[in-house]
Design a binder for this molecule. Structure first.
Ligand code: ZN
Length: 190
């Protein structure tokens, strides 16, 4: 990827309108829906890392998510040079766009939490229909795959047949689809 030469979205958390003060942790980057940008000082390549993927990976490996430690740990994915510059790149350039994005991501993530709770509950009893319907409706335009959402309903709500895949598995498909479409699903839900 060539060095990003766009008229800079100012990124190093001097972004006063979008975020006050530097982040303490990777999770703090959620406040500005930021991705993590690694710029190699040796080869000049720029990589944009998925923030939530990075959080999930570090939590799995029981490594710190503190921002200064993360910054020090990252190296160039192309030439493995440790001398890199690491910034959080905010999703939006202005507060309005950012608010919209945050509100969309909150609705999506909360809907996934509702589906997750319904999936767990469905092992014992039928989950509340209204909550699941609302969550599926919120997810619909973002997942853009009717079959996947219908499958969740079938597995969690219409479990007449004994042969079923666990609804949690369907949630994994939905999350995978959202991530592939560029949505920053919280690491805890991946
Ligand atoms: Zn490099």
């Amino acid at each position: 990827m060539p060095v990003d030469s766009r008229p800079s979205v100012r990124v190093s958390f001097c972004h006063t309108t979008l975020m006050v003060g530097p982040p303490k942790t990777l999770q703090d980057l959620r406040r500005i829906e930021a991705a993590v940008r690694v710029t190699c000082r040796a080869c000049g390549r720029v990589h944009l890392l998925d923030r939530e993927e990075l959080i999930a990976q570090r939590m799995n490996e029981r490594r710190s998510c503190e921002w200064p430690i993360v910054r020090a740990d990252l190296s160039c994915r192309a030439c493995h040079e440790p001398n890199v510059r690491v910034d959080g790149v905010p999703f939006a350039e202005n507060a309005v766009e950012l608010r919209q994005r945050r509100s969309t991501m909150l609705m999506i993530n909360l809907s996934l939490v509702v589906l997750d709770q319904a999936a767990r509950q469905s092992a014992r009893e039928r989950p509340a229909e209204e909550a699941v319907r609302l969550a599926l409706r919120v997810l619909h335009p973002h997942v853009a795959d009717n079959a996947m959402l219908t499958e969740f309903w079938r597995q969690a709500m219409d479990r007449k047949e004994m042969v079923y895949c666990h609804p949690q598995l369907v949630i994994r498909w939905i999350v995978g689809r959202l991530v592939a479409r560029g949505y920053a699903v919280w690491a805890e839900l991946r």
